[in-house]
Design a protein around this ligand. Sequence first.
Ligand SMILES: Cc1cc2nc3c(=O)[nH]c(=O)nc-3n(C[C@H](O)[C@H](O)[C@H](O)COP(=O)(O)O)c2cc1C
Length: 345
Amino acid sequence: MAGSSIGKIFTVTTWGESHGPALGAVVEGCPAGLPLSPEDFTPFMERRRPNGGRFSTKRVEADLVEILSGVYEGVTTGAPILLLIRSTDQHSSDYDETARLYRPGHADYTFDAKYGIRDPRGGGRSSARETAARVAAGAIAAKILRALGISFDTQVAAIGGISASDPEKQAACVDAARKEGDSVGSEVICRISGVPAGIGDPVFDKLDARLAQAVFSIGAVKALDIGAGREASKMRGSDHNDPLRMADGIVTKTSNHAGGILGGISDGSPILLHVYFKPTPSISKPQETVTKDGENIDLSIRGRHDPVIAPRAAVVVEAMCAVTLLDAMLVNMSAKMTSVIDFYK
Ligand SMILES: Cc1cc2nc3c(=O)[nH]c(=O)nc-3n(C[C@H](O)[C@H](O)[C@H](O)COP(=O)(O)O)c2cc1C
């Protein structure tokens, strides 16, 4: 299966299926000398882990990250880091029916069309369980970025179109959908602060282009705004352009419609992303679909599913942004002759 790796210097490859015995990531290009222990992953994994509550699936995994290579006496050695997350709470029989049909809105049909074979248990490789591996890799990237003064503020911005300022309405919206065997759409906002100006490479590796690829690689993402995003298409240049001013000898902007990126290169302002998720495709409400044998049927999906995606996906967005930004920063180290000379002299 092509396409399971991302990055140029700090690279991440994920492996494993939803209902296999384990899944994980191989992280290459992590600088030697980074203190790293299983505890570093806990706060990240906890944010993605289903808690059995009203916003998440009833499948509850421990999501403990084991480091199998690349760390000696608690410090990275520069060797590939293999991260392993065991799965223990699988109910594969929930998917006996899925093997012979295609769930509307999920990847069953397209996986069969492409490969002619698929692991139907929990969606196999297309399952959101794969994002546990991304979050583990993202925890390493975020730790390095933290040492460089870069921080993330990632939140659920809306559920079912209701903003985060009204959590009771959001909860009622999810409860109502759940009661009807349905699901709702959602939105995540991610703000990255402390990114220096100059990160990202014209032409094809623009920072916004790379972030978009990373974010769109997350299941159920249907749209992304950077800065003013789609609103920019309704604005005038005089409103949208961020005025430039000098402050303490540094070029700054007095607004941030650009979302921190100009010409594909970071401009020193916070990077702002809005990520939009579709409603969870697996729902128990009856839907029309077809079987592998070409029969039209009505389907009511069993199994344990998230009724809304953003609450568990926010940290996945953060992880993918961290991996992408760190990689772009490592690439950037060879952008100027002065940087190369400073390094080697
Ligand atoms: C954190 C997270 C949790 C998800 N939970 C579920 C789920 O419980 N059930 C489901 O059918 N899809 C879930 N999805 C969405 C599917 O993974 C996704 O819709 C599917 O792979 C098809 O890809 P596409 O929607 O990008 O076309 C989840 C996605 C994410 C990021």
